[in-house]
Design a protein around this ligand. Structure first.
Ligand code: ATP
Ligand code: MG
Length: 244
């Protein structure tokens, strides 16, 4: 069953069309990635799905329900979690306390929030730093902290804006290994990335390629890298290096 359906969604900022008649869907327990260069409209789509922005036209459905006009807190309550491209933990709190801020969406018990947050930190292999202050964490850990905070809200769909950016290949591979397990927890994910990266392709069930707000290809990783428009826009003759 489709968990998320984006249907003919258009969003303009003045004369700029940031999302142009965008249609794609994500099934339950599926990992999708939206690929597109700087300014392609990835963050705009995440903002539309999480209620930060509303489409000018088109419909966004989640669990079959029209969520095109809901507020961000309603989206979170319905089970749509997200990370932000610019990581922004509260620096004076510990890692655990930052994650608990997410958990408080579902519980007002401090003990329960702490217990659940520790579980999320374990999953993300961050237990060691649970009691460290969030300020001064290296980027890979800040990225994981963003994911932890979103997971603590117990989402069924998590939107991961640029989770891989700034990571080395080894760090990205390690994160991909972890994200691959999300469907086992009944969680679907949609990530945003700038490049067609091999590590992303290896975990993506579905890839949507954006160019200036327009979907130029959608399908499995294998399908999209063989699309002439994707090869032309992104890959040149190098796509064979992806080994797909
Ligand atoms: N609030 C806004 N007001 C005006 N223009 C905006 C706004 N948000 C985004 N844009 C414009 O919409 C287009 C799409 O931006 P968006 O941030 O969605 O792209 P992106 O794919 O996330 O890019 P990046 O790789 O930089 O994160 C860009 O041209 C951007 O300048
Ligand atoms: Mg962005």
């Amino acid at each position: 069953m489709n968990l998320l359906e984006v249907e003919h969604v258009t969003k303009r900022f003045g004369g700029l069309v940031a999302a142009n008649d965008v249609t794609f869907s994500i099934r339950e327990s599926e990992i999708g990635f939206i690929v597109g260069p700087n300014g392609a409209g990835k963050t705009t789509l995440f903002n539309l799905i999480s209620g930060v922005l509303h489409p000018d036209s088109g419909t966004i459905r989640y669990q079959g329900r029209d969520i095109s006009r809901i507020a961000p807190n309603e989206a979170a309550r319905l089970g749509i979690g997200r990370t932000f491209q610019v990581v922004k933990p509260l620096p004076n709190l510990t890692v655990l306390e930052n994650v608990m801020l997410g958990a408080f969406l579902r519980t007002s018990s401090r003990a329960k929030a702490a217990e659940e947050s520790r579980g999320v930190l374990r999953y993300l292999q961050m237990e060691r730093i649970a009691d460290s202050h969030a300020s001064g964490l290296p980027l890979p850990m800040l990225k994981r902290l963003e994911i932890a905070r979103a997971l603590a809200t117990k989402p069924q769909l998590i939107l991961l804006d640029e989770v891989m950016s700034g990571l080395s290949t080894a760090e990205a591979l390690a994160l991909a290994e972890t994200l691959k397990k999300l469907p086992e927890w009944g969680i679907s994910a949609v990530g945003g990335v700038e490049h067609v990266m091999q590590v992303v392709m290896s975990i993506a069930d579905r890839v949507v390629v954006l160019d200036h707000g327009t979907v130029i290809a959608e399908g499995t990783a294998k399908e999209v890298v063989h699309e002439p428009r994707v090869i032309e826009a992104y890959l040149g003759s190098k796509y064979k290096e992806l080994g797909l």
